[in-house]
Structures are given as C-alpha cells and as structure tokens.
Design a protein around this ligand. Sequence first.
Ligand code: IPD
Ligand code: CA
Ligand code: CA
Length: 273
Amino acid sequence: MHATHAPSSNDCSTYLATAIQAAEAAGTVLRDYAKSGFRIDYKAAINLVTDADRQAEEQIVRTILSAYPSHRILAEERGQDGSTDSPYRWIIDPLDGTTNFAHGFPFYSVSIGLEYNGESILGVVLDPVRGELFTSIAGQGAYLNGARLHVSSIDSLERALLVTGFAYNIRETPNNNLDHFSRLSLRAQAIRRTGSAALDLCYVASGRFDGYWEVKLSPWDMAAGIVLVREAGGIVSGFSRAHFSLYGQELAATNGRIHDQLLDAIHQRGSNH
Ligand code: IPD
Ligand code: CA
Ligand code: CA
C-alpha cells in the first residue's frame, strides 16, 4: 500500500535505500557486461542500445516494483509502466553513457530519480567504474559516498569549466547545440563533453564542473542529477531562469554564481561573441 500523504523524512530514507539497492544491482550488471561483452543494436544512426542497458533496467525495475508495486515507472528502454494513480514516479536511465560503454570508454552511470506529484524528491547516480555513489533527498543535502557535496565558488564564466552534450539527432536538427558550443568555447575557461548527462550534473554538484547546459535532454537524463545540484547549493533551470521542467528538454545547471552569465551567453546577451 502506498502512502497517500506527502512523504516523510523516514519514507524518503526508505525510498533512498531502495534506489541505492537498485543502482548497485544495475552497476553489477554493467560491470559484468563490460567484462564479458555484449550485443549492440541501433535505435537510430548513432543511437545505440546494448544488452547491458536492457538487463540493468530489468534489475532496477524489478527491485523498485517488488518494494513498491503501486508506484509508477518511467524508464528509458521500456517507457511508461504501471497504470496506477500513484503520486510516485521513478524515472530511470539504466545506462547513461551508452556510447562510452559500447566503446569501452569508462565513463557512464546508472541514474534513478523519484517524483512525488511531479516534484523531484530524490536522486541516486552511480558511477560503477569509480565506485562513486551520488545520493540526495530534497531538503537533506547532496552526498558522494556519504560525504557532503557543495558546488564550486567560481564566479565568472571566463574562469569556469563547463560541460555540455549533444543529442542523437545532431545531424537532423538545426537546434543541435553547436551554435551554443562554439560561442561558449570563446567565453568559458574550457568546455568538456563527457557523454553522461547524469554524471555531468553530479560533477556540477561536486564542484568539479562549474556549469552545464544541454538541449534535447530526456527526463531520465536529468531526474536524479537535478536533485543533487540543487541540494549542493546550485541552480537548475531551463534557458529562462524562471522555468524548468524535466519534460522541457533544455537544461542549465550551475553553481549559481555563473548562472545568469551562462544564460546570457546562450542568448547572446552582453557579449560581442
Ligand atoms: C546520453 C548521454 C549524453 C547526452 C545525450 C544523452 P544515453 O544518454 O547522457 O551525455 O549528451 O543527450 O542522450 O543515451 O547514453 O543514455
Ligand atoms: Ca541518458
Ligand atoms: Ca541510457
């Protein structure tokens, strides 16, 4: 039976424990496939999916639904699951960074977020290669392997290390982020493209990156990481500071201090570039 009242701190701790258990089970699946090999299928020209994505997702969904059978699920490979009217929805990316994984480039993650009535209340991101577990409950801080996280204190775009990414339809759409990327390359200290949006967000929360932006993201890329950024003292928005939606595709996530500078640069305000 699911709680119909707003989740208490105890409820959230229980959900967090389940999310961690699910992420670790999926991490084991990914590590095993990385060693043993896997089949690669193509969803589109440059959009891959592997056995590891599917099996990791199975593990996560099984773990969550056996603990909370009435909860709803939105997972990348299977889509929506559960037709109940539960206020809870788990948003899952079983393998964020599939292209990296398929090439043996060791930078990918498992991402599990939880919404209550459309509000993001919890996020867990696991980097199974480095054994880094990022966890957060809304209102209770963000943590890496149990140590409290804080965003960086860099306060100018010129000194900022930024990160971004590109969607799989980069060849088909003019809204492919290349314009923002070239403009910001001339404004920031440097820009990285790691290939795992969930880890990019956790790295903003950890102060390893000062800011992140991307277009055409899916809810499962962001659902967990945005909780980490907010709880580490950062800001999450769309390309307008006042608006953010997990379903809105545009994301700007920073340490807060460079947020307006990043949005201004995206909108080509206040610069000759
Ligand atoms: C992708 C990664 C990448 C981002 C893409 C995502 P996937 O997710 O997060 O960093 O740039 O937009 O689609 O397909 O590896 O789960
Ligand atoms: Ca993803
Ligand atoms: Ca994925």
